[in-house]
Design a protein around this ligand. Sequence first.
Ligand SMILES: C[S@@+](CC[C@H](N)C(=O)[O-])C[C@H]1O[C@@H](n2cnc3c(N)ncnc32)[C@H](O)[C@@H]1O
Length: 252
Amino acid sequence: MQYKYAKEQLDYSDLSSGRVFYSLPGHPAFPVRLASEIFQRCVARRETIYKDSTPCTLYDPCCGAAYHLSVLAYLHGEHIREVIGSDIDEKAVAVAKRNLGLLRIAGLDRRISEISKMLEQYGKDSHKDALKSADTLKKKLSALIEKHPLEARAFQASAADGKKILKNIRPKSVDLVFTDVPYGQHSHWRDSDFTEVSNPLGSMLDALLGILSPSSLVAIASDKQQKVLHESYQRIEQFQIGKRRIVILKPV
Ligand SMILES: C[S@@+](CC[C@H](N)C(=O)[O-])C[C@H]1O[C@@H](n2cnc3c(N)ncnc32)[C@H](O)[C@@H]1O
């Protein structure tokens, strides 16, 4: 796979998981450069397919710590007006709320005082670096929200539970779904329903139909074993990188 947009490996250390953003123990963070590439491909496709370049509502129904959502808001906030995450796991949602809280100045200020206290207590270089990064993020965020407001929130739901998703998200309001679904040793599809449903991706795509806007796209990162096929979606793009397969879909 060739990077079309995130052509260079930039220094993403201010955004690294566990520095200013909170990490979810046992869950490796989604690669920032790849997240940036996928997001930019979707923005470009949205423009060519729908002639729509307005800031989007971005949703991840398997958000984990909402790490890649939060990072995307810092990297590409000019294209985003709202970030929404949900996950079946209560602990993941708690961390997601804290990370999405860092998309508000008050949340960043709280994080800055938290890191300052750790620095006072332990005097570690990693805390000094985290404070510098938090300061850089605060400048970026201030510049961003001067241009347009940025909303962010998270709730608990199964990605297959269309009714619960619709209780939390307005119908036809999501422009871009970007999700890194469970695969491999670190996370697994969980839901009592999934014990009988052999196709969790299909159930998730069903559940998303009610909230997708008329100019929406769905980007899914999964392993190569999971088939992303659904009669209500057309495949726009697909590529592989390492063990991941990325598929971009358009509802039909
Ligand atoms: C690969 S992780 C996502 C990590 C995320 N991209 C990040 O950057 O923090 C996959 C997530 O899917 C969640 N998950 C598993 N089954 C689910 C289901 N049925 N509905 C919603 N989320 C689910 C797991 O709890 C896990 O947090």
